[in-house]
Design a protein around this ligand. Sequence first.
Ligand code: PEP
Length: 257
Amino acid sequence: MRKKIVAGNWKMNLTVQEGLQLSAEIADFVKNNPLEKLNGNPAVIMFTPFTHVYSVSDSVKGLKGLSTGAQNCHTEEKGAFTGETSVSMIKSAGALNVLVGHSERRAYFGETNEVLARKVKAAMDAGLTPMYCCGEVLEERNASNHFEVVKEQLEKGLFWLSAEEFAKVVIAYEPVWAIGTGVTASPGQAQEMHAYIRGLIKDKYNNEVAENTSILYGGSCNAKNAAELFANKDVDGGLIGGASLKAEDFCTIIQSF
Ligand code: PEP
């Protein structure tokens, strides 16, 4: 059965000390509200800046269902890539997950679907769970190209995986026009795209793989609108930016299934 997931993307926010404070508040919540007893038994992930991964991972070690991730990784294992971070470094710092292809990486750092496919491979080889982000910009939606854009992102970034490999991937659908804008996709728009993505997975692999894939929604999801988004049958949780920086809001979202 597919997993419900709430993941926080801290982006380039918070000092290490502030991050530890936030993760301590989230950990306290999880201690007092074991995730397996909450509606949907959600898994919770904190995607922190690289500098925070080790200390935040260490601080939540042993808490069931709560894990950490990095927001990016390099395609190569090691070498002369000044400023970059490899998957084995991320893993050795205690993270279990890595974001691949966030729209900010695509837009500001020129990450193409082809490069992202190599990042997915690197993550899988290291035993990290890649959370692969896809989503269209506003012009593409206005031109009714959003399905084609997402299809291409999935085909090039992920659909070269075997069914067995694909089963380890999590997908986040994040319409770029909704990220950090306060404009959220309507529950209907989210469900429509999630069902479309699940259909693509079914066509490429099979029904079982499609039904077992977690597809998260991201884009101005917050404590107020999470419940109506998560109520959709193909929305398995959320990737949360701004609202993941406040423990109270993030914990409300965790309880929104
Ligand atoms: C994100 O960065 O993945 C995101 C969804 O951001 P926000 O929730 O702030 O729109």
